[in-house]
Design a protein around this ligand. Structure first.
Ligand SMILES: Nc1nc2c(c(=O)[nH]1)N[C@H]1C(S)=C(S)[C@@H](COP(=O)(O)OP(=O)(O)OC[C@H]3O[C@@H](n4cnc5c(N)ncnc54)[C@H](O)[C@@H]3O)O[C@H]1N2
Ligand code: MOO
Length: 423
């Protein structure tokens, strides 16, 4: 088996092993293979809906406001009655009534009269403006002097001006915000359908991997990848239902994936993804049925030995063992995977523009990701690249963002302005 894999990687035998695809091609294939995975939906109360992804377009069946209302404390009047009014030449109006909050306005405004309305109170019939109380003077119980000329519509919010019947308040795939929960309550929607959090299993493979609580012997290392990947899963909207460490052998890895594949939407294996004798991840992830393995290699630096397979309505992902590589790969393709499964709206990219403080070289035929720190000097950002080998977790932990050197470019010279992605 080791020999046949060796031949595959040497002469392209089965073609799909370690053929590095460009990231755009991988994204296209992910959509094709993972687009039909059904993660299911559930109903949640709006108070539990923050950061969940809506499974439907939610339309309003009502107008907001559903009555014309005053936006100030003042007197509702006919704007035509205030023509030319000023402090030196006020107009005098009869106060014919008062609107009480939460009740229907009963008194109609006719020429030369006005009705007191509180902020949020219903606009009486006949009125087309509300003058703020500060621009009036009460002369006696029945008369006010108005010392400002009003325009029609001033200080009024009309029926449906905020939300109209049939307006889409929340689109399918939208990440519910705090403001959305208020808008939904306003239209009388207290429960909504959201996508279930994709159920994810993380398997760290490697004879040398130990838990953070364990003491380690020479040659062993503590698990890094399952923590980075687990945290990213939560950030992208998923749920980690199981995490484990398995030895680098085909049988143990197969059994662990088999145990979880029908209970999870995503199974992630970190390590054993490359071309070494003990690197069995690709074969194992290809062995659960059709359509099977479709990526074994990404034209990305770091992170070339990336694996993707699909079987039994589950996305099977193999990440490179090097912590820096697996973190970057999961930042790029994990984000894409959750976007596909949760049918997320296109997000606005989070980046800042910064001046590069060292020249960076690209890698031939690969998209290169370089982590670094940002420094604010006199209101202008500087990007200081952290250049270490792909095993280095310290660079990720210290970094505040990354720049991307496109494939086919030689690099980026010091002093150039670069986009630093911060999410
Ligand atoms: N002959 C070749 N060798 C390698 C190639 C190649 O193309 N041909 N690619 C290199 C690249 S690039 C990477 S990245 C690594 C990836 O290898 P694997 O995915 O097979 O990873 P492992 O061998 O299992 O581990 C590599 C390294 O990372 C440490 N590791 C693994 N898992 C964890 C974890 N959960 N937490 C912390 N550290 C972990 C492991 O101890 C190793 O040191 O292959 C290159 N080789
Ligand atoms: O791809 Mo490896 O992940 O470059 O170190």
């Amino acid at each position: 088996m080791a020999l046949s894999k060796f031949l595959d990687t040497l002469d392209g035998g089965m073609m799909k092993f370690l053929k590095a695809y460009e990231p755009y091609k991988i994204r296209e294939m992910m959509k094709e293979y993972f687009g039909d995975i059904d993660i299911g939906t559930e109903i949640v109360h709006i108070s539990e809906a923050l950061d969940r992804y809506s499974a439907k377009d939610i339309k309003s069946s009502v107008n907001i406001p559903d009555f014309n209302k005053s936006t100030v404390d003042g007197y509702a009047l006919m704007s035509s009655d205030t023509r030319g009014a000023s402090e030196s030449m006020p107009v005098f109006l009869d106060v014919s009534g008062e609107v009480l909050m939460g009740t229907e306005a009963e008194t109609e405004v006719v020429e030369n009269t006005c009705v007191y309305v509180p902020t949020g109170g219903m606009l009486p019939k006949g009125a087309d403006a509300v003058v703020m109380i500060e621009y009036t003077e009460k002369l006696d119980e029945e008369t006010v002097a108005v010392n400002m000329a009003m325009h029609p519509g001033e200080n009024i919010i009309y029926i449906g001006e905020d939300i109209s019947v049939d307006d889409v308040i929340v689109k399918k795939g939208r990440k519910i915000t705090a403001f959305d929960t208020g808008a939904l309550s306003a239209i009388g929607v207290s429960e909504i359908s959201v996508f279930k959090k994709p159920r994810t299993v993380i398997i760290s493979s490697g004879d040398e991997i130990r838990r953070p609580e364990e003491d380690i012997k020479p040659g062993e290392v503590r698990d890094i990848n399952s923590f980075v990947v687990g945290a990213l899963i939560e950030k992208y909207g998923g749920e980690v239902i199981h995490k484990t460490i398995v030895d680098d052998d085909e049988g143990s890895l197969y059994n662990e994936v088999e145990k979880w594949i029908d209970r999870a939407d995503i199974v992630i294996v970190s390590g054993g993804s490359s071309a070494g004798i003990k690197d069995v991840t690709a074969e194992v992830l290809d062995s659960f049925g059709k359509p099977g393995l479709f990526v074994h290699g990404a034209a990305v630096k770091p992170g070339k030995p990336t694996i993707m397979s699909c079987a039994r309505d589950t996305a099977l992902i193999g990440l490179p063992g090097h912590p820096g590589s697996s973190s970057i790969i999961f930042t790029i393709f994990g984000k894409e995977l959750f976007k596909i499964l949760l049918e997320k709206e296109d997000a606005i990219e989070s980046f800042v523009e910064a001046e590069l403080t060292y020249s960076l070289a690209g890698a031939p035929g690969k998209e290169t990701y370089v982590m670094g720190t940002l420094e604010n000097r006199d209101g202008k950002y500087l990007f200081n690249p952290l250049i270490k080998k792909s095993a280095a977790i310290s660079q990720l932990s210290r970094s505040e963002g990354y720049v991307v050197i496109k494939s086919g470019t030689e690099g980026i010279n010091k002093g150039n302005t670069v986009r630093v992605y911060t999410e």
